[in-house]
Write a protein that binds this ligand. Structure first.
Ligand code: FE2
Length: 203
């Protein structure tokens, strides 16, 4: 059983980029549904919290095969949403810093190139899913798309940025203008948190 992650800002703090109603539904309903369903499945299987959520992704063989798919789906839903929510901040820490800035400059030339590549990758995602910035086993950055609630941890990738591209993330405010939502994510992105994740992942 896992505890909910408290949102470190109010539902209206990310206005006008993320509207209050979307934030309330996304955190209060969508995220909590994944968490509740995950906890129900874990309780049913007498899970004793042996692992962190991240580590549980690669230890699903402790559960009966019939439950593994549903556990993975809901666990991914929890992990992906927690990262997405923490990736945003009303503080406007929207320029990369520290070791992450160096890695972005090394691999992508500069931040603007990186941002354009991220947005281009995101534009290729069809259906529901996420665009992620991940750190691979060789400690290099990669920008990838995954469908539904797949989590990068399943592929031994450490996610640093998760951009939620399910319609529930933007539709009330942006309707069909997904590109505008994607661009606006970079106005409220929290590079202080993302750099901290990066520094932990490379150490
Ligand atoms: Fe979502």
């Amino acid at each position: 059983m896992y505890q909910e992650m408290k949102l470190p800002y109010a539902y209206d703090d990310l206005e006008p980029y993320i509207d209050t109603r979307t934030m309330g539904l996304h955190y209060g309903k969508h995220y909590h549904k994944y968490l509740d369903q995950l906890n129900k499945l874990l309780k049913k299987n007498n899970y004793k919290n042996e692992y962190s959520k991240e580590a549980l992704v690669t230890h699903l063989d402790m559960f009966p095969i019939g439950d593994r798919g549903a556990i993975l789906y809901n666990l991914g839903g929890v992990l992906n949403h927690e990262l997405y929510f923490l990736n945003m901040s009303p503080k406007k820490e929207n320029q990369p810093i520290g070791a992450l800035l160096e890695a972005i400059n090394n691999q992508y030339g500069n931040y603007e190139n990186f941002r354009q590549q991220f947005l281009e990758t995101a534009s290729y995602l069809v259906g529901s899913g996420y665009t992620f910035l991940v750190l691979n086993k060789n400690k290099k950055l990669e920008i990838i798309n995954l469908s539904n609630q797949e989590t990068p941890y399943l592929y031994e990738l450490v996610p640093l940025i998760a951009l939620d591209l399910w319609e529930h993330a933007y539709y009330l405010n942006y309707q069909n203008e997904r590109d505008r939502y994607m661009k606006n994510f970079f106005e409220i992105i929290n590079f202080e948190q993302i750099n901290a994740l990066y520094e932990k992942a490379i150490s």
